[in-house]
Structure formats: C-alpha cells, structure tokens
Write a protein that binds this ligand. Structure first.
Ligand code: H53
Length: 835
C-alpha cells in the first residue's frame, strides 16, 4: 500500500505529520490550544475541570500518535495477535496513568503550575471508567496495561456501557444505587462511525442444498442491531506500544430506523425501535459472582461476541491466508464464560458463511480459544435456558447441539456404558427447562483452560471439571496465578514508596521487572530506611484519614491501626465475620477498666464495597456495619480506641488511596471460595500486612513472603465439606463468643434487631454455609496477635519491608508472559527492530 503513494505526496504528509510535545513549553502550548479551541474557553473561565480536560486532550494527542504507529506496525509485521474478550474492564482513571506511562508527569506538573493549576486537582476531576464489578474486571484492565508494556500485539474487546457500575450512596445506613453516567467529557474514546457491524437476533434457520448438493444452513434474522466501534488507546509503560481497547455500542441498524413507519406518521414507534436497540449496551449488569439468566444479558453477550469476531475475521481475511492458519494468527482469550458464544459464532462463520467442513472448522476453533475460569461458586456458573437460546439464537442452538453430539459420541467411545458420566459432562442439563452449560462449551471448545491461583486450579480439576480432566487428560488444564500491574498499584498509587524503592535500587527498573524488589531485603535493618518507610506509611494514612473525613465526616486518629476490608460485599468474602469481630472488640473494650484500656492499640476498622442491588443479604451486611459505626463512633468511653468506617462508593480511584494506607487488610473468605483475590496483592505490595484464610492467592502470597509475615487463620478448604455436613447432621454448636455478639445485636444495641434477623439466622439456624462460627474463635485470636505485634513497630516494619521485597511474583507482567507462552503462543513485537 505504502509504495503506491507517490513520494511528493508522502513528503507533504511527513512534513505535517502530528508530533508529540517534548518539553514543558510545548505541553503548555498544547494545553492552551485545547482550552482555547477544542474547549472554547479562556484564561478567564478555565476551571479545574477544564484544566483536567486540557491536560487530558494534550496527552490524548500523544497517545493517538503512538496508537497509530503501533497499529501500522502490527499490521505490517502481521504476527500473531491476542484478543482479550471481557464483558468488564474496570479501568479507573486514565490521565495519571497516561502521564506516568509516557514519562511526562513532571513536565505536566510544572506546566500546569505555570498556568495556575495543581496537577492533583486536575487529576481528581476525572470520572472513573467503571465498566466492571470487581476482581474480574480489574484483572482485565491490568492485562491491558501489561500486554502493552510488554509490547504484545493485543486488543481488548468489550461493551461500551452507557452506565457503568452504579454509584453507591449510603442513606441512613442503607445502600442506594445511583446511575453512573460516565460518558460526558470522556476524552479517552474515539468513535469509529465507519466501523460498524450488523448483528442478527431471533428469526429462523433455513436449510438448503448448494450446487454440489451439500446441505447448508442460513440464519434469517428476525431483528438486526448495529454495533459501532469506540476505540480507547492503551499506553504501555515507557514503550512505544499503544494498544487498542475496542468497545462496542449498540444502535438501531441503518435500515432499522423504519422510514416507512416514520413516513406513515408512526414516528413514536420508530423511535421506540431505536431505543430498544440502544438498550443492549446501556447498562453493565451489577452482579459479581452471580448470574441471573436475563435475556438482555444474553443479547449483550452475543452482540459483543459477534461484533468482535466479525472484526477479527475481517482483519484475518485481509492477509489472504488459508483458514488453517487462523490459530497461528489469532489467539482469543475468554475472560470467564461470558464470551463463550464466540466459540459457537466462530464455528458458525466457518461452516455457514465460509463453507468449511465441520471437522476442519472445529480444529480451528479449538486452536484459537483459551478459557479462564474465575470461580467455583455454583451461583456464578452461567447456564442459559434452551427455550431462550432457541428463540434468540436459533442457529447457535443447533450448532451447540451438534458440538454436544460429537463430543458425547467421543466420550461414549472412551467410557462405554457410563451413562452418568455422559449426563454429567453433557452441554445440556436435562432440567425443566433444559439448560445450556456455558462452562462445558468453553472447555470443549478451547485448547487450554486455566484457573487463577494454585488452589483454585486444583479445585476445578478435582471438583467441577473433574470429568473433563478424565476425558481430555490433565494437559488441557493449567494454572496461571493472577497478578497486578505495579505501574498503577505501586508507582501511581504510592509515588513516595515507589521513589524510595527507586532510590535504594538505583532506578525504576523494578516497575518492569518486579522481581528486582528482592534487593530491598538488604536494607531491612537499615535504621534510616525503616524510618523513611514508616514515614511514607504515616503520610498515606493521613491521606486516607482526609478522604474518610471528606466522605463520612468522621475524624480518625491516624496513629491507630488501620484495618481495611474493601471489596465487593458477598457472604463468601465474609464481611459479616469482620463486623461481628468488631462488635466482639467493642464488647471487650466496654468490659475493660480504664487502666486496661490504656494498653489497647487504637483501631480503625475500615470497610468499603458495593452490594449487588438485588442481593438482600449483602445489603444487610452494609446496614449492620453502618449501624455499628453509628453506635461505636459516638461512644465517648471508647473514643479513639475503636472507630468503624464505611467508605461509600468504593472504586478504583479510591482503592489507589486506600491500599497504600493500610496497616492490616482482611482477605477472609471461606476456604475454597475465593478463586484468587487480587487486592491482597495490592495491599502487600504497598507495605501492608494481611490477615487471611488459606484461600486463593493468600496461599501463594504466604509461600513467597514467608508465614511469619502473614496472619493466617481458619479452617482449610479440605475440611469445608465435612464441616458443612456436620452443621446439618452432627448438631451445631454456635461459638460462644459469637453467641455473645448475637445476643448484643438481638438486645437492640445497634438498632431494630429485626433488620439483622436473616443475617443471624443464616448462621444460627440455616447451616452457617460460610462457616462464620467455625472460624470465629481463630479469627478473634489472630486479631489479638495482630494487636500485640503492632506494638512492636520495629518488627512490624521489618515484616512490611520483607514482604514487599518478596512480592515480585505477583506482577501482572509475569502473568501475561505465562499466558503468552503456555496458552497464546504469541511473541512480543520487538519495536527496537522497527524503523
Ligand atoms: O475474579 C478475580 C478473582 C476473584 C474472583 C473474581 C470474579 C469476579 O470478580 C466475577 C466473577 C467471577 O466468576 C470471579 O472472585 O477471586 O481474583 C480475578 O480472577
């Protein structure tokens, strides 16, 4: 293509080609230009929001220049690409990240100061991009950062929700949900109105014979919706690579806005059609680890999978390669089962549209896909009802039945007469109505299935997917323990700590090779270093105390032990265990003499997290936390010895303030329920210690940092089944200390006890599924150890430093390289080799 453009023309383009600002002066020029022209403002009406926008636009220009070059380079070298399909990308703010990644934050800070602004004020104007619920969505965002930083040719594909995860307000102690309309003033997306795909729904399948007499299928649509691409540039850290996140937005198909109706005077119904189409990408489903089987969600899934695959296939076809080379050029990673329909859609494209034979097509499909499982919780495993699928995606259901038929035939051959096995592994669950088990399609249609921490990967192999291990052998299953990007979660969130580490290690290389942190261990006994370390933590606690004052009105003593649990509210994550522990602490404090109280370590128990709007039990937990806070925080006898804080609307940008400020954080899920957890890593990387169960990545964190540096408690995963069984059949003895806590609640100490009935009865009467009572004693005892050890600040600091030094393993870069080697088989694009 390049050669076909005459040299003089190329020269003219080159001469005027957009250039990146390289100095403070140039940054200021770009800033003022955007303020005065793009934003139509001036010196006289440039507020902080405008200053944010001007800065963001200046940096966006830089990103887009690099983005263009990266895309050209990737197209030109034409090597294998990765496509990361995720319904959630919990990105948080982009400006700070962009400034740090391109290495121009100091330039921007000085430039903004010249023009009358503090960079922090500009940064804090940005609305979080919150297109996700929790860990799964944040993992996807960390992937994008790492893939770009490591120069992998990689694209993310997701949905451009008009409303991200709701904003949480606490009103009288209760969670209220406020829609999150985040798209106004979002400079980070580029609408691509020229990149559209028509997506079909409903209708029927027509069977016909082609000229050679081959039986073919054609899906005749009942409804068509248009997918429009919006691109978000993803800069890598200190690299020229800027990758792409493509988000699809739905609108009525051009033919769909019915001009017939319109002209016939039926304007309203024409507009209604338009709105129905737009509903598909309107809202992120606010559930984490819970699937509800709603038709609109299935529509979202297909809409996004079909648009993404169309795009991927189109890109592949431009290279004129044989279809058999597809898996050598394309790796598609499925983030949970949400994009499983992509497997079926690719098979459909290959056989119905491209005319391949079934077996050849299926080999290509399997070679292309990898599936990541993130949970063993039964309520989170996706199943879609057959009638629903039949109606919405009739051709896909046929293909699913065919996949199942061929699969079951092969199983039958290997395990003759094992009817139970067949019904266990079948894609179709023989219930009323019948259900399509998405995880089974994902396993059967992928060449690799991975869990996200060692324990979790073992559990899927021995429990929910056991039969599949027998069928395929153990090689299809693997583990890749999760990680986090040190750029956002250390450098950006905790600049002072990052700078101190850089000073000791002689540079910032640890940000791209986190194992270099191990050199810090040499300084553990260095007095001055320890002091600086402690000083940084103290400042970070002050920063959090200010946030707490801002959002709750409570003043907390920054010298207290900050005890943090921030994550989605879920019974399995056991915020109830934490708040019951807090009540126990309160009762103990009340029972002490003034002399005894003098020896107590003051504590602030900090909670944050959203409950799914329909999850009653989770909402009761939030209400209990706030009710306890209301009583404890105004108890003068207790004063600073105990404060309880619920930080409303926990999100990525708040996490960046909270994680660096913890002394201890809580990762206390019932053993075997939390697949990995990633906030545990964020806290330890920022020098906080953790209290946790032997669950998810806590186990590997312990192995890396040493068990003397973590507070582990509670029953083990292998004992859970037995304990649950005993609750029902062996009689159940409520832990006596927990009993006292329940009595206090029932006496009305924290308001109308009936509000907490279901919370208590789930434990007292309904089997205590999450083993709160079984773990209570060891939880309390472990917290007493925490108090004791916190009093020895020197020892505590040594643990903190040692732990950080040993966290190298949890870098997202290690994770990304493992996926690249063992699942995707892709190489980084070496940009040093490029002109
Ligand atoms: O995925 C995280 C894990 C975490 C797990 C979480 C997750 C969701 O956020 C949503 C659905 C789901 O099935 C799993 O709960 O343990 O760290 C990333 O792997």
């Amino acid at each position: 293509v390049e050669a076909s453009i005459p040299e003089p023309l190329r020269e003219a383009w080159r001469k005027h080609s957009a250039a990146e600002f390289t100095s403070k002066d140039e940054f200021e020029r770009e800033f003022v230009r955007h303020i005065e022209t793009t934003l139509a403002r001036s010196l006289y009406n440039c507020d902080e929001l405008a200053a944010y926008s001007g800065t963001a636009l200046a940096f966006r220009d830089r990103l887009i220049i690099e983005w263009n070059r990266t895309q050209q380079r990737q197209t030109f070298t034409d090597q294998k690409r990765v496509y990361y399909l995720s319904l959630e990308f919990l990105m948080g703010r982009a400006l700070d990240n962009a400034m740090l990644n391109v290495g121009m934050k100091d330039v921007a800070r000085d430039g903004l100061a010249d023009l009358g602004f503090r960079i922090e004020d500009a940064i804090s104007q940005e609305h979080d991009a919150a297109l996700g619920n929790g860990g799964l969505g944040r993992l996807a965002a960390c992937f994008l950062d790492s893939m770009a930083t490591l120069n992998y040719p990689a694209w993310g594909y997701g949905l451009r929700y008009r409303y991200g995860i709701f904003k949480q307000e606490i009103v009288n102690g209760y969670q209220m949900e406020i829609p999150d309309y985040w798209l106004d003033n979002n400079p980070w997306e580029f609408p691509r109105h020229d990149i559209t795909v028509d997506i079909q729904f409903y209708g029927h399948v027509r069977k016909y014979q082609d000229e050679d007499g081959k039986v073919c299928h054609s899906w005749e649509a009942g409804e068509t919706v248009q997918a429009v691409a919006y691109d978000v540039p993803i800069p890598g850290y200190r690299t020229k690579t800027t990758n792409n996140l493509r988000l699809w937005s739905s609108k009525a198909s051009s033919g769909e806005f019915d001009f017939q109706k319109f002209n016939a005077g039926d304007y309203e119904s024409a507009v209604a059609d338009q709105q129905t189409a737009e509903t598909i990408s309107a809202v992120l489903y606010p559930n984490d680890n819970l699937e509800r089987g709603k038709e609109l969600r299935l529509k979202q899934q297909y809409f996004w999978c079909a648009a993404s695959l169309y795009d991927i296939v189109r890109r592949f076809k431009k290279t004129n390669r044989a279809w058999s080379e597809f898996p050598d050029q394309v790796a598609i990673q499925l983030n949970d089962t949400h994009p499983t329909l992509a497997i079926v859609e690719l098979q459909r494209i290959l056989i119905d549209v491209e005319g391949l034979e079934w077996d050849e097509a299926w080999r290509i499909v399997i070679g292309t896909f990898g599936y990541t499982n993130h949970t063993v919780l039964p309520e989170a495993l996706e199943k879609w009802s057959v009638p629903l699928m039949q109606n919405l995606l009739p051709r896909h259901l046929q293909i699913i039945y065919d996949i199942n038929l061929f699969f079951l035939q092969s199983v039958e051959k290997r395990f003759p007469n094992d009817r139970d096995m067949l019904s266990r592994v079948s894609i179709i669950e023989e219930s009323h109505p019948k259900m399509v088990r998405m995880a089974h399609i994902a396993i059967i249609g992928s060449h690799k299935v991975n869990g996200v921490a060692e324990l979790h990967s073992d559990l899927i192999k021995t429990t929910i997917f056991k039969d599949f291990v027998e069928i395929y052998g153990p090689d299809r299953f693997t583990n890749v323990t999760n990680g986090i990007t040190p750029r956002r979660w250390l450098h950006q969130a905790n600049p002072a700590l990052s700078a101190l580490i850089a000073e000791k290690l002689g540079g910032y290389e640890f940000l791209t090779d986190l194992t270099l942190l191990d050199k810090l261990e040499a300084f553990v006994d260095d007095k001055k270093f320890r002091q600086e370390w402690a000083h940084i933590k103290a400042n970070n606690k002050l920063r959090l105390a200010r946030l707490i004052k801002d959002v709750t009105g409570y003043s907390v003593n920054p010298n207290s032990l900050f005890d943090v649990q921030v994550k989605r509210i879920h019974e399995y994550k056991r915020q109830q265990l934490n708040i019951f522990g807090v009540i126990h602490r309160y009762l103990s404090l009340k029972a002490m003499t003034p002399e005894e109280r003098k020896k107590v370590v003051p504590r602030v128990s900090i909670f944050g997290g959203k409950a799914a709007p329909g999850y009653w039990m989770a909402k009761s937990i939030i209400y209990l936390i706030n009710s306890v806070a209301a009583v404890v925080n105004k108890d003068d006898e207790i004063g600073d010895l105990l404060k309880v804080i619920f930080i409303e609307d926990y999100n990525v940008s708040k996490a960046e303030i909270i994680c660096p400020a913890s002394d201890i954080s809580e990762h206390i899920s019932t053993a075997g329920t939390e697949a990995s957890g990633t906030s545990n890593m964020k806290f330890v990387l920022n020098g906080g210690l953790i209290i946790g169960t032997c669950d998810g990545a806590n186990i590997e964190i312990t192995r890396e940092i040493g068990e003397q540096n973590i507070f582990l408690f509670g029953n083990l995963a292998e004992d859970v089944e037995d304990l649950r069984h005993r609750h029902f059949y062996g009689g159940f003895q409520l832990d006596p200390q927990l009993k006292r806590v329940f009595e206090t609640i029932k006496e009305g100490t924290f308001g109308d006890p009936s509000s907490f009935n279901s919370l208590i009865s789930s434990i007292e009467e309904h089997g205590d599924y999450y083993l709160v009572s079984d773990d209570f004693n060891s939880y309390i005892a472990t917290h007493e150890m925490v108090d004791k050890e916190f009093q020895n600040q020197e020892e505590w600091l040594a643990k903190s430093i040692t732990s950080v030094a040993r966290m190298g393993f949890f870098s997202m870069d290690r994770v990304t390289n493992e996926y690249a080697d063992s699942i995707w088989n892709v190489e980084p694009l070496d940009i040093a080799d490029e002109a």
